[in-house]
Design a protein around this ligand. Sequence first.
Ligand code: NAP
Ligand code: MG
Length: 499
Amino acid sequence: METQNKDLKYWRSRRATLEIEGRAFIDGTYREAQSHHTFDCISPIDGTLLARIAACGEADVNDAVCAARRAFDSNGWAGLNPRARKAIMLRWAALIREHADELALLETLDAGKPIADTTTVDVPGAAYCIEWFAEAIDKVCGEVAPADQHLVGLVTREPIGVVAAVVPWNFPLLMAAWKFAPALAAGNSVVLKPSEKSPLTAIRVARLALEAGIPPGVFNVLPGGGETGKGLALHRDVDCIAFTGSTPVGKLITQYAGESNLKRVWLELGGKSPNIVLPDCADLERAAKTAASAIFYNMGEMCTAGSRLLVHRNIKEAFLDKLIDATRRYVPGNPLDPATAMGAIIDQTQLDRVLGYVDTGRREARLLTGGSRAHVVDGGFYIEPTIFDTDNGNALIAREEIFGPVLSVITFDTIDEAVRIANASDYGLAAAVWTADLTTAHDVSRRLRSGTVWVNCYDEGGDMNFPFGGYRQSGNGRDKSLHALEKYTELKSTLIRLR
Ligand code: NAP
Ligand code: MG
């Protein structure tokens, strides 16, 4: 199989025999929703029905949370030596790698992402994330705090209990892994709610978790819509909710926690990230190619999308020529074709939303390229990569998160002006600056109010070592890195009197 040329024909033939599981995974078994209700899982590639998925309601939320609580209280997972949890999680990651083709195909069919990306980023990235936290967890030590002679003071981290994870559809498996890997490694039980737009890979890997040896009830997957997520966020026996999604829903999650049991709330939310090209940028060609991938990779359905391109007036015309050239790489194509760099938009609703912003853009800015629906596969949802010149950036399209392949170009004259525009946003997830001057690089990156700053690059740092998250309304807390463990643990001080 490995030597086979994995072309469009290969993926089509795999699809023909693919079995798709659509049931919830609770307490170690696949189950229908108690109401027997389902929702349709539609492929954005061609609008066809992939599967009917269990629409989990309140009763299922309760079942999953109870199973997770029982598993936690039994100490069968939390009580293991961290080395044992590590071994099991490494087996799980290995199983994910063994099933990589199947999982990548599921992700591509479900979310319209190019197979070239799901095979190289989403699936191996999720396996790597599990491996990283598995490898880390038996090396994390507590502290012995300085204290009076008669005391021994221990500072330890303990698992928090039942963690609910509610995730979006743009990187369905990877965003989920960023939550469940550290949460499970730390000894918690997890109830994962994938987006109803992309539930398939989460449902599939649950079974692999059981096969790897994760005890029943420790990892549960509850497909359903916003109401299912709300049920988890309001549940009094959920200790922590880790959410990735939009800022408006993030605000609701915070409210639900306040209305119920003050569960810990961790939010990874939206962005409108500035990518600043200064006139001393050493390689405009590379900056232009990177600016294109910063907004058009994953169809622009990226929380970190470099959706505001700030270009200095003196280099603007030359830079835009190069950028439009670089955009040709992102012609929408069939996501199952390995040559495709730009796949389908997740669904009709999101396509309409993006086209709505494009219409607004046509009225308030100058269209430089794109702007139309693309017709790739009948019944599918495709749009051309689109660039607007918005001049000063006051346009609506330059301020609101579009979550699609639409770039707003903004012109500036001074570094101070660029920093001011960059920071004039409710968001603060990521930012980038291109400059050949070391001092400017440090100075500007210090002044940018965002969780990540890239200098002379964008979207680098695919390994797990860098904390990821936002300032301001882009959220709180950090995914990835050892800092992620802080979200899923309580800190305990134990003071022992010796005499
Ligand atoms: P969303 O509409 O906020 O949904 C996110 C998740 O919350 C989905 O599972 C959704 O379920 C669920 N949900 C919806 N309403 C809910 C409610 N009232 N209570 C509890 N859960 C609820 O976001 P999205 O459209 O899926 O994703 C796009 C957004 O995610 C963008 O704003 C993007 O920037 C952000 N994002 C952020 C990051 C980051 O790390 N900062 C990463 C990726 C995406 P259903 O989908 O089933 O309705
Ligand atoms: Mg789908």
